[in-house]
Design a protein around this ligand. Structure first.
Ligand code: AHR
Length: 494
């Protein structure tokens, strides 16, 4: 299928916030425990209890922001259980996720240490569902107050004299569901109340984040924006790509071509969600002061056979890479409103970028997409119009190619392109207008494989990884590309 497009390199459409490339790690399954935290006495190489291999890998993709401690866990989490001497910390049941014992060894200090090692911003999600206003207020005081107070004294007693800086604070999670089953009118009032006590201490400025809708719940967005927009800096959106239904989601590997197609179709639904929620936000906030934060997104499949159903452990294949690539293109293109996104979840849970098994670690195809796309972080979005052909299968049709383009601080242009078609390559012709040179140096890399479910394992950790891409030529001002079937490609024009 042939696709034609125009890249207007002289039309910049605003900065792509690097936080779109953010991550989410919850106390769920083996994400925090084993995936990140192994403890200081572990034989797995670690720094202050945090595994070195995972930190190094996340630094390579320039992780900008990390959300914690949940998720549903956030609205059952009482932060004071996770401070002080580890051996004295409260043991509790993680009722949401597998009914296992949570020993609270990873708490506020450990999370802030993790963010320091990663060089990323912390995004802390507070508890509205089962927590009090006082508890939330004291957490913010404990984290960020530098003067004399009960909470700053407690922090110092626990080994941290100086306050931390915390830019992002979420006031509840999924309060329409696991966070309290609330109606939007009720949550809007609670949000207004709780956020009042999320104080700015000293120089620390907190970006207050309200709990937004589940997928296509446009009423929730409308009520929240109408009742509480002036009290928030951002509002969230959650949407997961589930090829089947919640009872039978479908397997992460070993799926057929139809499941591939449906997964692409459902992942593309993010475009409509972001556009329609943004339109509601425009009604109440035409200046676009309030950001949309998609702080949970990604694929959700059946767990790997034989694993704890509450741990949400799934393999990650080329199909996940396509979902990541097309979704990040959507966020880039909507970066006037989408200011942050957090893929669920960093390690060993759902669409993870990293899988671990004991001391072993493997980078997933999704990791490689984040690596390839990191060039878009904080770059200027460029005007790219691509009239995509149709990927038709099983009596339905979806756009075959997804793309976005940006210019980085050094003037290099990057175009990221996904060919969603499982069977055919795609010819793309882009008219390059407004370039500073007619002979740019062009290079590229691509992620693809012959199998739909190609994935990396602990025995074959490099089965699928990006390769140099050479299937392009420049003819006059036209860049001609031949994208392999089921591929994610990033082109650089320097
Ligand atoms: O990411 C897994 C869960 O999905 C989160 O805890 C919750 O917020 C969502 O329903």
């Amino acid at each position: 299928m042939a696709q034609n497009g125009v890249l207007n390199a002289d039309i910049a459409k605003g900065q792509i916030n690097k936080n779109i490339y953010g991550h989410f790690s919850e106390h769920l399954g083996r994400c925090i425990y084993e995936g990140i935290w192994v403890g200081e006495d572990s034989p797995i190489p670690n720094t202050n209890g945090i595994r070195n291999d995972v930190v190094e890998a996340l630094k390579r993709i320039r992780i900008p922001v990390l959300r914690w401690p949940g998720g549903c866990f956030a609205d059952e989490y009482h932060w004071k259980d996770g401070i002080g001497k580890r051996e004295n910390r409260k043991r509790m049941i993680n009722t949401h996720w597998g009914g296992v014992v949570e020993n609270n060894h990873f708490g506020t200090h450990e999370f802030m240490e993790l963010c320091a090692q990663l060089g990323c911003e912390p995004y802390i999600n507070g508890n509205v569902g089962s927590g009090t206003v006082q508890e939330m207020a004291e957490w913010v005081e404990y984290l960020t107050f530098g003067g004399e107070s009960l909470m700053s004294a407690l922090r110092a007693e626990n080994g941290r004299q100086e306050p931390w800086s915390v830019a992002y604070f979420g006031v509840g999670n999924e309060n329409w569901g696991c966070g309290g089953n609330m109606r939007p009118e009720y949550y809007a009032d609670l949000y207004r109340r709780y956020q009042t006590y999320v104080r700015n201490y000293g120089d620390n400025r907190i970006h207050r984040i309200a709990c937004g809708p589940n997928a296509g719940d446009y009423n929730w967005m409308d009520v929240l924006m109408r009742e509480a927009a002036r009290f928030m800096d951002s509002i969230t959106l959650h949407y997961y790509t589930v090829p089947g239904n919640w009872a039978q989601k479908g397997a992460a590997t070993g799926f057929n071509e139809q499941e591939w197609f449906v997964t692409m179709e459902k992942a593309l639904h993010m475009e409509e969600l972001v556009a329609r929620h943004s339109a509601i936000m425009d009604k109440y906030d035409p200046e676009k002061r309030v950001g949309l934060i998609v702080d949970e997104w990604g694929t959700w499949f059946d767990v790997e056979p034989g694993t704890n159903p509450g741990f949400l452990y799934q393999q990650n294949s080329l199909r996940d890479a396509l979902v990541a690539g097309l979704t990040l293109n959507i966020f880039n293109r909507h970066s006037d409103r989408v200011r942050m996104a957090n893929i669920a979840q960093t390690v060993n849970v759902l669409q993870a970028v990293i899988l671990t098994e004991g001391e072993k670690m493997v980078l997933t195809p999704t990791y490689h997409v984040f690596d390839m796309y990191k060039v878009h972080q904080d770059a200027e979005l460029l005007d790219l119009n691509l009239s995509s052909g149709t990927y038709s299968a099983f009596g339905r049709g979806i756009p075959e190619v997804s793309a976005s383009a940006s210019r980085d601080a050094n003037g290099r242009i990057h175009i990221s392109l996904c060919n969603l078609n499982h069977a055919s390559s795609s010819s793309v012709s882009i008219d390059l207008r407004g370039l500073q040179t007619s002979t740019p140096a062009i290079s590229g890399s691509t992620l693809t494989s012959d199998a739909l479910d190609a994935h990396n394992t602990f025995d074959q950790p490099e089965r699928i990884a990006p390769q140099p891409f050479h299937a392009f030529k420049l003819e006059g001002s036209r860049l001609e590309l031949e994208l392999p079937s089921k591929s994610v490609t990033v082109i650089e024009l320097a």
